[in-house]
Design a protein around this ligand. Structure first.
Ligand SMILES: *[C@@H]1O[C@H](CO)[C@@H](O)[C@H](O)[C@H]1NC(C)=O
Ligand SMILES: *[C@@H]1O[C@H](CO)[C@@H](O)[C@H](O)[C@H]1NC(C)=O
Ligand SMILES: *[C@@H]1O[C@H](CO)[C@@H](O)[C@H](O)[C@H]1NC(C)=O
Ligand SMILES: *[C@@H]1O[C@H](CO)[C@@H](O)[C@H](O)[C@H]1NC(C)=O
Ligand SMILES: *[C@@H]1O[C@H](CO)[C@@H](O)[C@H](O)[C@H]1NC(C)=O
Length: 633
């Protein structure tokens, strides 16, 4: 015992000595070393900010003008900065900053010593960025051939194909576009994806992670998060099964038994979205109370001469009504908010922080309709986050939990989409819904918010399995559809084999975007919503006039103050601490979401049982029967 203690004291002393600044022994050496550390991190954060600034400029140039020159220029900047990031991480790792008495320094040291892909040698790093950006370029430039004129091969996903998915009710036409897109955006990228998997695995190992999946999961700073993810999914599944059963039943009535099975997977091309991640575009096929029509918000917008600019102005006004930050003039000058016709752009909507002078921008190919009105708010949520944590050091200019960043705009949109708010901005004249209209509205919301969950869950469960080598490369494609079917009960319209490769048909898979953040955001946003609605006096438990689905926080300075405070921490503190300060909770929790939708859940259970609707689904027969093993949820 004695001996061990002496060794311990000695090593403490060594650490202590090592921390003394060069030749300067003072009585107050602890705080001197803390001051020193603060100066070190201040300097490094400024350099890091400059590197981010340079990277995002190069990346924005590429994203708003997809040429090979711009792609190469972007990769060159990334590669140069990766070397600097790696050196910084190594310097910190070999220092004792992580033992600092100052919690803020310890947290900076922890975050800045993560290298990610920068850990790779230059050749591998370049190869990885090349694989990712080649997939992105392919996604951005994929055009497909028209169903009605096969020699016209100039159709883009946004808006042409999406318009057909929303409005065509011809299964053959829908299957045509499905196949065109998956063949061209997906299969051609198999080699790039394989290279991506190989190199990210190498990077993960260099960072002492068992796999790239483990690297992604540690963003959540919670060893238990993956288990919680599975637990949340299980809690949501009974509700999803009711929606799925009801939709399949109604689709079968519309399309007939040759097109839609009574008990199996739903053919995904009928659901109004290329990935069947939301089904609300085709809600007219399965509206609970068809005699209670939805307000046609799009027609109203068109009639009132809404422009794309106006959608952004409304979003800006909402944040300002809460007392939060206005969009700076440079936002309006430098954003790209409609598709230009003189060049190729990455249309997938995104929000940008340039880490300098409040320079924040949005890049998206906006059109005037309800869907884009929602996306505008989603992206403006990112922008507001950027502005709120602007004063943080570069290392903390991010969300402490990736799900938080995706949830901010969605929370605002939950208010904006309420009948109460739509009435206040003159897009409907009915601000109070009767019971039937309320069920219709909740159902429409569920077709995006709930239907998304099995999809979001699959995106990363699938990639975890690939990264961890739990699915062998020859079975990457059938494994993808097997999981999509098992978790979500949907399947491709045509048989797919392992000669096809479909995952890159989704943007985030090409772009190396971790996806659990969206799943988490869909749950967190209802926790945030409940907290903000309480502060705004718009929600009270068991008060039928103040329910979560008819809450509009517009104009509430109390709500705005709480949200600003929550966002302004950036990632400087653990997400459980800032969540607790904001909502009183310390976990991702499905109860607010389930409360929001409870009237619909009760209605669906009754209606499905009244109609004798079967629930659940079996295995898909659109992939070879000898695919991979079972995955457990
Ligand atoms: C797009 O980038 C190319 C360089 O690859 C440049 O020559 C061209 O002028 C750019 N177009 C626009 C509209 O900025
Ligand atoms: C079909 O598309 C081609 C190529 O865009 C065009 O030249 C042709 O006129 C189109 N045919 C019809 C019938 O629209
Ligand atoms: C919309 O524009 C049309 C044509 O410019 C005009 O006649 C009409 O008054 C406008 N409507 C509104 C609500 O501003
Ligand atoms: C926005 O653009 C205008 C006109 O091009 C210019 O005069 C102004 O300085 C710009 N403002 C900002 C903030 O960039
Ligand atoms: C409010 O409703 C919850 C269930 O939703 C119930 O457990 C609770 O007892 C109710 N509280 C009051 C005060 O009625």
């Amino acid at each position: 015992m004695e001996k061990i203690q002496i060794i311990w004291v000695l090593s403490l002393l060594l650490v202590f000595l090592a921390r003394l600044p060069d030749g300067l022994a003072t009585d107050n050496s602890c705080s001197v070393s803390t001051l020193d550390a603060r100066r070190f991190f201040e300097r490094e954060n400024e350099l890091l900010r400059q590197r981010y600034h340079e990277e995002y400029l190069a990346s924005y140039t590429y994203n708003t003008n997809v040429t090979d020159d711009n792609r190469q220029a972007m990769i060159a900047v990334y590669a140069r900065n990766a070397v600097q990031n790696k050196q910084l991480a190594q310097k910190i790792k070999s220092s004792d900053y992580h033992l600092s008495e100052d919690a803020d320094i310890r947290r900076q040291a922890l975050h800045l010593s993560k290298m990610g892909a920068s850990a790779l040698n230059t050749e591998d790093y370049l190869a990885l960025q090349n694989a990712i950006s080649s997939m992105q370029s392919n996604y951005a430039t994929t055009n497909v051939c028209s169903y009605t004129n096969r020699s016209d091969c100039s159709l883009t996903l946004e808006p042409h194909i999406q318009e057909r998915l929303s409005n065509s009710r011809d299964p053959a036409e829908l299957a045509w576009y499905w196949r065109e897109w998956y063949d061209k955006a997906g299969t051609s990228q198999k080699d790039n994806f394989a290279e991506y998997v190989r190199l990210t695995r190498k990077a993960a190992h260099l960072n002492d992670h068992r796999s790239y999946a483990d690297y992604w999961v540690q963003f959540y700073e919670d060893a238990d998060f993956e288990r919680q993810l599975d637990a949340s999914f299980k809690q949501l599944l009974p509700f999803y099964r009711q929606i799925h059963g009801y939709v399949r039943y109604r689709l079968r009535q519309h399309y007939g038994e040759d097109v839609v099975p009574a008990e199996g997977n739903i053919p995904m091309h009928l659901l109004g979205n290329m990935w069947a991640q939301s089904w609300n575009e085709v809600i007219d096929l399965f509206t609970p109370y068809p005699e209670k029509p939805f307000v046609d918000v799009k027609a109203e917008m068109v009639q009132q001469n809404y422009t794309v600019q106006k959608l952004f102005e409304l979003g800006d006004q909402f944040f300002q009504s809460l007392g939060m930050r206005a969009l700076p003039p440079s936002f309006w000058n430098l954003s790209l908010i409609t598709r230009p016709d003189d060049r190729q752009v990455v249309c997938h909507a995104s929000a940008w922080d340039f880490y300098q002078d409040s320079d924040v921008r949005i890049k998206m190919c906006t059109e005037v309709d309800m869907h884009y009105f929602f996306v505008v708010h989603h992206e403006l949520g990112h922008i507001q986050y950027y502005l709120q944590y602007e004063q943080q050091p570069a290392v903390f200019r991010g969300a402490p939990n990736p799900g938080f960043h995706e949830a901010v705009g969605d929370v605002i949109a939950l208010s904006v989409m309420s009948a109460k708010h739509l009435k206040s901005i003159g897009l409907t004249d009915n601000g109070r819904l009767d019971e039937k209209s309320r069920i219709n509205e909740l159902f429409k919301q569920a077709l995006s918010k709930i239907v998304f969950l099995p999809f979001g869950y699959t995106m990363d469960k699938y990639r975890y399995a690939v990264f961890r080598n739990e699915i062998e490369e020859p079975q990457w494609n059938c494994g993808f559809w097997q999981m999509r079917s098992e978790y979500g009960g949907v399947e491709p319209p045509v048989s797919r084999t392992d000669k096809d490769f479909d995952p890159p048909a989704k943007y985030h898979i090409d772009a190396d975007v971790e996806y659990l953040r969206y799943f988490a955001a869909h749950i967190f946003q209802f926790q945030f919503h409940k907290a903000l609605c309480s502060l705004a006096g718009q929600y009270a438990p068991n008060d039928s006039r103040r329910t979560l689905d008819n809450c509009d926080i517009f104009g509430s300075k109390e709500a705005g103050r709480a949200l600003s405070k929550f966002l302004s921490h950036g990632s400087s503190r653990h997400w459980k601490e800032v969540l607790q300060e904001f909502t009183g909770e310390t976990e991702m929790d499905t109860s607010a979401l389930l409360e929001y939708f409870d009237p619909l859940y009760q209605w669906l259970k009754q209606e499905n049982s009244r109609l004798g609707v079967p629930l659940g689904w079996g295995e898909t027969n659109k992939i070879p029967t000898d695919c991979c093993g079972q995955f457990s949820t």
